[in-house]
Design a protein around this ligand. Structure first.
Ligand SMILES: [Zn+2]
Ligand SMILES: [Zn+2]
Length: 379
């Protein structure tokens, strides 16, 4: 890796006659012979543009003997008496012959490049930030909705209807035929219920067994070659990178190196993996006799009064009754128009606590959800 060094010459502007872009090798203005001083930014040199990728100066390097010797002379100092700039290795002022003093000001060396190449544009960061803003926007909109919707106000409703429905199912323990997997069937004698309980369904007369598909299983079936396209960083040649340093006398030292350059390369990542196929699994399926509760009758009654009743059904010795009850209480209220809230009491005593015409305090949210406020009015 070869290191390449160049000396870049800066330029300055004369404040006496306004001549511009005077090469640094001239200590005095070629037009008006005014010596370069520290004042008026005369000794702040311009070094021209820089290649953004490599940091390499766009100016030609200096080859002239005299200029190279000026660059090698060290940091400039300024005369305490006349203000003229002088070579770092000169013991006395070239302009007024005054001796250099310990107090003489010098031009500072700049450890940083004159103009650093601009940082690469942070494109992914910016788009991430954009999405962050979009996300924040959506979230605050959502939060506003939740807050608005959870705000509520109170209204007073009135019970407009109380409804009950009661159903009685009569079921009989009956002999039925079913099918089941042979390995799950064990012959067991049935037992009949007494007062609708204590029964055993039983398994009897296992017969007509046939082979049927019961399920599937995965079976290894050789291997398959699978490939995935992946990406990796690899060195792809070299690129030039340069650093620059001001020498404190209108010249700049540039060092360039060839450094490894990295690129993305795609490659196939392949491996062998076991392949599976789906196979059906067969088993013996049989018919058998058993007993099961079977609905044979049903009665329903309903009303809007406050005296729910069970329908009457007579039962035999192998019967049992199954009861179902359902209650609805409707509460009418006015909130931007006439509305209705419906309650479903779980049992009779809860149902009976609601009376027609009774007033009910309600809390209504902006989304329209209703909560019954258990106040003094109820119960
Ligand atoms: Zn001049
Ligand atoms: Zn002087």
């Amino acid at each position: 890796m070869a290191k390449r060094t160049r000396i870049i010459e800066g330029t300055w502007n004369c404040t006496s006659c306004d001549t511009r872009d005077i090469p640094a090798r001239h200590r005095s203005c070629p037009s008006c012979n005014n010596p370069r001083e520290e004042t008026g930014k005369e000794s702040e040199f311009e070094f021209g543009g820089v290649d953004a990728a490599s940091g390499k100066s766009l100016r030609e390097g200096v080859t002239d003997e005299k200029a190279l010797s000026a660059a090698a002379a060290g940091v400039d100092w300024f005369c305490d008496y006349c203000g003229a700039s002088n070579r770092g290795n000169a013991p006395q002022c070239r302009n007024c012959r005054a001796q250099r003093a310990d107090t003489s000001r010098t031009l500072s060396e700049d450890p940083e490049p004159a103009d650093a190449p601009p940082p690469p544009p942070p494109a992914p960061k910016r788009s991430r930030r954009k999405w962050l803003f979009v996300g924040l926007g959506v979230f605050s909109l959502f939060a506003t909705c939740v807050i608005w919707g959870s705000r509520s106000h109170n209204v007073t409703g009135q019970v407009t209807s109380t409804e009950w429905t009661r159903t009685v199912h009569r079921e009989t323990f009956q002999r039925v035929s079913k099918t089941g997997w042979r390995d799950e069937l064990r012959a067991t004698p049935p037992r009949m219920p007494v007062n609708g309980q204590g029964e055993v369904a039983g398994v009897e007369n296992i017969r007509n067994c046939v082979t049927r598909q019961r399920g599937t299983r995965q079976v290894a079936d050789g291997t398959e070659h699978v490939c995935e396209t992946k990406s990796r960083r690899v060195q792809c040649g070299t690129e030039e990178k340069c650093t620059r340093k001001k020498m404190g006398n209108g010249f700049m030292k540039e060092e360039c190196n060839d450094v490894p350059k990295y690129c993305n390369e795609s490659y196939e990542d392949c491996r062998d993996r076991t392949r599976y196929r789906t196979e059906p699994v067969f088993d013996l399926s049989c018919t058998y006799d058993t007993y099961a509760w079977t609905e044979v009758d049903r009665r329903q009654e309903s009303g809007r009064d406050s005296a729910p009743r069970w329908p009457q059904l007579s039962t035999g010795s192998l019967d049992r009754l199954r009861r179902e009850e359902k209650y609805v209480v409707r509460i009418g209220y006015t909130d931007d128009g006439a509305k209705e809230h419906q309650l479903e009491p779980k049992n009779e005593s809860e149902f009976l606590s609601w009376k027609m015409g009774q007033s009910v305090p309600l809390q209504v949210s902006n989304f329209g959800s209703v909560t019954v406020l258990a106040g003094d009015v109820k119960r």
